[in-house]
Design a protein around this ligand. Sequence first.
Ligand code: DAH
Length: 343
Amino acid sequence: MGNVSIDEKLNLELESFLKDIEATESLDELEKVKTKYLGRKSFLSTVLKNIGTLDPAERPIVGKKANDVRKTIESKINDKEKYLKDLEFEKKLREEKVDLTLPGKKLPSGKKNIISKVIEEIEEIFIGMGFEIAEGPEVETDYYNFEALNTPKDHPARSLHDTFFISEDILLRTHTSPVQIRYMESHKPPIYIIAPGKVYRRDYDVSHTPMFTQIEGLAVDKDINFGNLKWVLQTFAHEVFGKDRKVRFRPHYFPFTEPSVEVDVSCNICDGKGCRVCSNTGWLEIMGAGMVDPNLYSFVGYNEEEVSGFAFGMGVERICMLKYGIDDLRLFFENDLRFISQF
Ligand code: DAH
C-alpha cells in the first residue's frame, strides 16, 4: 500500500509542479520553483533518499517513477528557463533598439571667415575680367618690399610703413606690392594678376591691426592706359558695393605709380549725403592705384618703351567694414562667435 501512496504522491507532486511552472513568469520565480521541487528538502529528494528503506521489491518501481518525475521536472524547468531567457533578451533588444531613421544630433559646424569669403568674392570679380591669382612670401627682403618698388632707403615714403624688421635686410612685407616685382621678374607681359595675402605693420587701434589683408592688382601689356584702369576699378566697385555707387579717382602719391590716385566710392550708409562713417564727405576711400611707374620695369628687365600698365592695392578688412557697416577692425581677429556667426 505504501508504494501506491508514494506513487500517488509523486503524481500529485508532478501535477502541482506543472501548475507552478505554468504560472512562472520570471527567472527569479523559476529559481524558487526549482528549489521547491528538486532542492534537498523537496518531496522528490526525500523519496529518492529513503528508497533504501522500502521493500526490496518496491525499490525499482518507486525508483523508476521518482526518476521519471525528476526528469520530467528537470526538462520542463530547462525549457522554461530557455523560454524566459529568450523573452528577457528580446525585451532588452526592444528597449535598446536604435532607430537609424531618426535624425542625428547636430554638431555646430565651422564656417569660412568673412575675410576669406570677401577675398573669394573679389577674386571671382577679377577672374571674370581675365585676371589670374598670384602669390608671394610674407617674409620679404627690403629689395622687393621697398627698393624695387621705387622706394630706396632714404625715400620719405618709407616712413609711411612702420615695418617689422627681422634683420637689416629681411622684414615682414608691409604691403602686397612686392608680388608685382616678383611676378614681373618671372613672367613676360601680358600680365593680368591679383595677389591676395597678409601684410604686417606696427600699428594697433580701431582702424589698424599689426596683421591685415590686402589684394594687389597688376596689369601690364601693350598700350595700357588710365582709361583701362578706370574701367576695371569702376567695374569692381560696382560689383562689390552695387551699381548705384558713384566712383571717383582722386590724385594721390605712391612711389611705384605715376600718376597715382586713391579710389573712392560714394558712401553706402548716407548715399553720399555725409555721415559719421564717411566723415561727412559722402565718400569712402577703397584703394590706392595708378599707372605703373616706368622705373619699375628697369628692375625686372622690361623695356619701358614697349609696355605700360596699371596697379592697385586694397585693404580687404576695410572693404568688409564698408560693405557690412563694421566699425572696429579688431573685431575681425578676436574670434568672437557673436561676431563671426553673423555672416
Ligand atoms: N601698397 C600700397 C599700400 O599698401 C597700396 C597700393 C597703392 C598698391 C597703389 C598699388 C598701387 O599697387 O598702385 O598702401
